[in-house]
Every structure is written in C-alpha cells, then in structure tokens.
Design a binder for this molecule. Structure first.
Ligand code: PLP
Length: 373
C-alpha cells in the first residue's frame, strides 16, 4: 500500500480542483460507495447477476426518459464514448450493408480508430466559422455507400452542437442512419433547455435520430468506465449480437463480454440520488462558473475561440504548448488544442468560482511569462 501511495501521489486529483482540462470529474460519493459494493459482479454473465442486470435496465430507462426516447428504444452499456461510437458504426454498417461514415471535421478521434478497425471510410465535412458541421455540404457527400451520418452534440474541443434537426431531416429523406455523439452533451443539453438556454433539439424527439451516445463518466458524474449507446429500435441490437453457447443466457449485444457491474450500479445510484432536478442544478452551477470564467479570462485581455454553448471554454493563444507547460509548472492542468491555436478549459462540477479566482492570477502570470499578453 505504501508503494501504491507513492505512485498515486504523482497523479493529479479532481478533489483539489486544479484539473481544468478533463471531461471527467470527481465521482459522486454515492458512486464510490456503490462501485465497491458491486465490484465482483459481471454483466457479461447476467445469469449469475440478475439483480445487477435489472439495475442496468433501470439505468438505461432513466437515460431513455432523459432524451425523449420512444417505447421501442433500448441501449447497450459499454466503457465510454469510444465504445459507444464503435457500436453505433458497427450497427449502421450491419443495417445498411455499407461502409462510408460522414463525420464533422471536429469529430472525436475515436472515429479514426473505428475506421481503421472496422474497415470503413470516413468522409469529413468542414465546419462553419462557428465550429459546427457545415450542413450545406452534407447532402452532396451522401453516396450509395453511405452507412451513417454522425452529428456531435457537445464537441470535445469547444462544446459546440451540430445542427441535429437539419441532419435528422436529411437522414429521413435519404434513409440514412443518424448517430448523435452526445458523450459529453447528453447530460448537459436536456438541462440547458430547461434552464432557458437556446439550444436546438438533439435527441430522439427528432424522428431521424437513430442512436445517441451518452457517457456517465463525464457529466453524469459517476465513476469511470461507463458509456451508453441508446438506439431507437431495440430490435436493431440483434444485428450486433452473437450467441453465447456456453453461458446460461442466450446472446449478447455490443463489443464487450466480461464487464463490471460496479460502474453501472454506481451510475444508477447517482441517477437515483440526483434525479433530473439534481442534474439540472449541476448544469446550472457549471454554466454560472463558465460565465464567470469567461468574464475573468476576457478581463485579462484574452479572447475566446467561440462563445461557449456549454461548460467548455476555448481560449485563443499564440503558443498553446508554451502556455500549457507554464501552467503545469504552477500545478494547473488545461489542454492544448494546437489545431485551433487555443487552450481548453472544461468547467466540470469540481471547478468552482473559488477555483477560477485562484486560477486567473496564475493564468495572467503565465500569459505574461510566455508573451501572450
Ligand atoms: N465523443 C466525444 C464527443 C467525446 O468528447 C469523447 C471524449 O472526450 C469521446 C467520444 C470518447 O469518450 P471516451 O474517452 O469515454 O472513450
């Protein structure tokens, strides 16, 4: 234990608030407690763990309610956004028998892995000046080989949202599978709407949306690893299912076999503890801190890449590498985004106004040292 402690001390921790560039956060206390309780459970063998299986179905139901799913919908639980995207591409490929995936230029790098692994071609759509998919170019890129169009609802770099209603219309007209990657935004956008922010629809309320990815280990505030792929029609899951001859259950959908029930029980516990109202409060708090951080950052003479849509800030800088290095030396972790010449700050629930008040003087000093201001 002493040896382990030595290594752990080298890690950053969410608890001191100095991680400003992660889409994960300190797991809710109830998630930690529950995770341990369910440590030995294995949802790859639900015959042994029928209680944990029930929890899984209840958690999927919670998410389906959050995103206006029809009664036909269902989902598969996996390790996170990468696996959700993989299962979605796999599904669209099986349904269509085709191999081209249309993605926006800012899609998460998981699609590059998926293309390499699954032998599909990525067709990239450039972004508008506001950093979302240029919808005017999508129709021209649809061919007889198109299996799927991907829209992002909460981009990894800037939290921007693609025009999902327009993509939905296109996908209905063209009979194409529409996957919405809401790994980050899935737990934000529904509550932004309720809080009065102007955001477009992104979920199953749009008839063209076929699947949605949401991660509990991001704004779901639960423990790593947990992502969920939700699909409009539960029968589709048969397309990515195999028989499990030597298990007492009959078949299994999605990529994984053995998978811990710990993160699932943890996420369910958080959902029961917070409920939709609790998540709404968290989003409200994160958005208030985001506004505050924006104001403080602009006060020191820096500019944002784009007005924040959600709790992610892209700050324009001349030399992201140099600034990030300087901030790391002062104990702060922000992300460099070289292709945008910017740094990223993700205002997760562990980031408070107090954190921002501590950060801003250090940011100012680092910007002076590196010649940013
Ligand atoms: N999709 C989006 C929009 C993301 O922001 C991320 C991670 O940041 C992913 C997918 C990949 O998620 P994970 O790291 O959980 O595999």
């Amino acid at each position: 234990m002493k040896e382990l402690q030595k290594y752990r001390e080298k890690d950053f921790s969410f608890s001191n608030g100095r991680i400003l560039g992660s889409m994960c956060t300190q797991p809710h206390p109830i998630a930690k407690k529950t995770y341990i309780e369910f440590l030995e459970t294995n949802l790859g063998d639900p015959d042994l763990f029928p209680g944990s299986k029930e929890i899984e179905l209840k958690y999927i139901d919670f998410l389906l309610k959050m995103i206006n799913a029809p009664g036909t919908a269902s989902g598969i639980i996996g390790s996170g956004g990468t696996e959700n995207n993989l299962n979605a591409v796999w599904l669209s490929k099986k349904i269509s028998g085709k191999k081209e995936i249309i993605i926006p230029a800012n899609a998460h790098f998981s699609f590059e892995k998926i293309a390499s692994l699954m032998d599909v071609k990525l067709v990239e759509i450039p972004l508008t000046k506001n950093y979302f998919m240029d919808i005017t170019r999508v129709k021209k890129k649809i061919t007889k080989n198109t299996a799927c169009i991907v829209g992002i609802a909460g981009s990894t770099e800037l939290g921007t949202i693609d025009p999902i209603p327009e993509l939905s219309d296109i996908c209905i007209d063209e009979h194409v599978f529409l996957h919405v990657d809401a790994a980050f935004g899935g737990f934000v956008i529904p509550f932004l709407k309720q809080l009065g922010y102007t955001v477009k629809d992104f979920d199953f309320i749009l008839p063209g949306v076929s699947s949605i990815s949401i991660d509990a280990h991001k704004m779901g505030c639960s423990a790593i690893p947990l992502g969920v792929l939700l699909v409009r029609d539960k029968r589709w899951l048969d397309k990515i299912s195999v028989n499990t001859p030597y298990l007492n259950s009959s078949n299994q959908a999605g990529l994984l076999a053995t998978r811990s029930g710990g993160p699932i029980a943890a996420a369910y516990a958080v959902s029961r503890h917070l409920g939709f109202e609790g998540y709404k409060k968290l989003v409200k708090k994160c958005m208030n801190v985001t506004e505050y951080a924006k104001m403080k950052i602009e006060e020191i003479g820096l500019k944002l890449v784009v007005k924040p849509t959600m709790n992610i800030l892209g700050v324009k800088v001349k030399n992201p590498e140099r600034l990030v290095k300087c901030l790391t030396e002062q104990g702060w972790k922000v992300n460099r985004m070289d292709r945008l010449s910017a740094v990223r700050i993700v205002v997760m629930p562990h980031v408070t106004k107090k954190t921002i008040d501590l950060f801003i003087p250090d940011l100012k000093k680092a910007c002076k040292t590196t010649g940013e201001i």
